[in-house]
Design a binder for this molecule. Structure first.
Ligand SMILES: Nc1ncnc2c1ncn2[C@@H]1O[C@H](COP(=O)(O)OP(=O)(O)OP(=O)(O)O)[C@@H](O)[C@H]1O
Length: 231
C-alpha cells in the first residue's frame, strides 16, 4: 500500500517509488546502488503532501555492509562461523530443510545461504588437498556437473565449526554416530550428502571461496540472549 495514502492514485512511477520508500522505512537495508527518480507534477504533489524523499532501487541484490569481524568470525566466540554445504545428493534427497532445521534448533544463526552449480575450478580449489586421490575426479564431477545444485550455508555461533561437524557425523557414514545427519541418511562415503569446515582456517578459506564478504549477513538475533548467555 502507498505510504502516503490508502487510496493512492499516484502514477505508476510514483507508486513504485512509494513502495521503495516503504522498503526503506522497513528494517531491510536499501541496496547501495539506489538512485533518485524524477516525478511528474502529480507525483511531486503526492511527494510534497506525504513529506517523504522517495528513491527507487535498482534490482541489484542487497549486499551486506562491511563487516567489523573476520569472515569466519572470531574462533571460540558467538561470532564463530562455519561453511556447511548440502551436496548434490543431499539436495536430490530433499535434505536441505533437515540441515537448516537441525542447525536452527541447536541455536545457530544462518548468516549466508545460496544455491548454485559450482564450477569445476571452484570444486577443485575447495577439495585441493584431495588432488591425487583415486576418487578426486569423480568427486569434482559429481559436485559440478549440474545434475543437481549445491546449497551453501554459513552458520554462526559458539563452537559452530566443531559442533557442525558433530551434527553432520563422520565422513564415512558407516562410522557416523546414530542421530547424526550422515548416520540417519547416508551409507556411502562417496554420497555423504554434506560438507562442513573442519577448522577455523578452513572456514575462512571456504566462506571466502563460496560466498565472499558481501554475501554474508551479520544480523541481530532477537533470541540470542536466551541461547548464548553464560550468566
Ligand atoms: N574413499 C572415498 N571414496 C569416495 N569419496 C570419498 C572418499 N573419501 C572421501 N571422499 C569424498 O571426499 C569428501 C572430502 O573428504 P575429506 O577426507 O576431506 O572428508 P571431510 O572433510 O569429512 O568431508 P567434507 O569435506 O565433504 O566435509 C568426502 O566428504 C567424500 O565426499
Amino acid at each position: 500500500m502507498c505510504p502516503a495514502s490508502s487510496s493512492c492514485l499516484c502514477f505508476p512511477a510514483a507508486r513504485q517509488a512509494s513502495l521503495s520508500a516503504a522498503r526503506q522505512m522497513s528494517t531491510v537495508r536499501a541496496a547501495p546502488a539506489s538512485r533518485s527518480v524524477a516525478f511528474g507534477a502529480a507525483a511531486l504533489a503526492t511527494t510534497a503532501l506525504a513529506g517523504f524523499a522517495y528513491t527507487t532501487s535498482t534490482n541489484a541484490p542487497v549486499e551486506a555492509a562491511a563487516s567489523t569481524i573476520p569472515i569466519a568470525g572470531v574462533k571460540g566466540t558467538t561470532t564463530e562461523r562455519t561453511f556447511i554445504a548440502v551436496k548434490p545428493d543431499g539436495v536430490q534427497r530433499g535434505l536441505v530443510g533437515e540441515v537448516i532445521s537441525r542447525f536452527e534448533r541447536r541455536g545457530y544463526k544462518l548468516v549466508g545461504l545460496k544455491l548454485l552449480v559450482p564450477s569445476k575450478a571452484l570444486v577443485e580449489q575447495h577439495y585441493g588437498d584431495l588432488k591425487g586421490r583415486p576418487f578426486f575426479n569423480g568427486l569434482v564431477d559429481y559436485m559440478s556437473n549440474g545434475k543437481a545444485p549445491v546449497v551453501g550455508m554459513v552458520w554462526q555461533g559458539k563452537d559452530v565449526i566443531r559442533q557442525g561437524r558433530k551434527l553432520l557425523g563422520a565422513t564415512n557414514p558407516l562410522d557416523s554416530e546414530p542421530g547424526t545427519l550422515r548416520a540417519d541418511y547416508c551409507t556411502a562415503v562417496g554420497r555423504n550428502c554434506f560438507h562442513g569446515s573442519d577448522s577455523h582456517e578452513a572456514a575462512t578459506t571456504e566462506i571466502s571461496l563460496w560466498f565472499g564478504e558481501k554475501a554474508v549477513f551479520d544480523w541481530k538475533q532477537a533470541l540470542e540472549p536466551w541461547i548464548a548467555s553464560d550468566n
